[in-house]
Unconditional design. Sequence first.
Length: 397
Amino acid sequence: MDERLAEIIQAGGVEGFVRNLRRKWKYSAWLLDECGKCLHGDRQRLSEAFLVKAYGRTEDVFFEAGEKVMACRAETEGHILLLLIAPMPSHEAALWQKQMEEYRRQLLACLRLTLIQQKRRWQHEQEIIEVLFGRREGIEQFLEASSLRLVEDYPYAVHLLFARKPQPRAKFDEVASLLEEYSRVKGINSLRPIFWRDHLVHIIPALHERSSFSELFVEWPARQLGEDFRHLAEESCQIELAIGIGSLHPMKYLYRSYDEAYLAIRSRWQEQAGGFVERYEDLGYFTFLLSAPREQQEAYINRWLGPVLEYDRARQAKLLPTLDYLLRHTFDWQVTARHFGVKVSTLHYRIKRIEELLDVAIIRDGRTKFELYTALKLREMLQEGWGREYGLVGRWE
């Protein structure tokens, strides 16, 4: 690859590469990746039937006479770039064969260089995350040596973006690119979203201008990067996102914002179908419970649920799931009976047994219902694993 082409790719990536080629011909051009995402050109001008056929081809260079499209394919490490040129008259296709082979070689070099740059960026991003949320030490030295414009004493908020269904890494990269562009358009000087464990971490500064704290507005990150972006991602990337938003903390304690965003998502994960946005600050009284020492939290849960948990473990009686479902559905006996496939009388028996175990009156006492719901919700939010291999990164002291 010559130095001029390397400079073009370094500055403009694959899109810069295509723009450079287009100066040499009169045809329209498209560049697509292995996910079918159009990196250059208007995808709507290409029929889905043709794209299916094009992705099924394995030749390095080929011509689709029916669509009048000349194409070349570069592939490495499971990544694909498909360059399409149209409209290409049949009598010109043979003349373009050798030129397209050269373009393919250049495209392959472009793809390899892009992957090297991507791996370097991913490595640097992982270093950021490990320092901030893994080791949580050496932050001052990291900021001094880093090229990132992060200020130790300035406030930042963490957004976490989880997919409601398992997604490949490429899909998260697509969402990250969309969020990066969305932030740029909104004028938000945030870091590029970083993929960690199996979700995206987005670090957002709370100041519009770094020179002044007078512009600090606590709610603006949530307002600008909440529901609007979630809907945009669903439409553009076909992905349902659960977005959690932590409160503002200085860089040294940013792990607290991460944990807050994580707990905000957990608070609605079970009961909310589809995508949603939840702020930690909107959890109300739960923010006080969650800020209490862990032993106090466990004592509260055991006070209200301990005997029932022990009874269920010993007899598999499903008392706690029954109580949880009834509380979430305002004690709708018929709906709950259908859910568990039992008679309403069975539910009444279970509730009576819970009342005996806890020595309380559930149905007639609103305060008891409140305490039980709070204990159930707190247990759900703090339960280790959450069906995943990770949990909170900080310490609730």
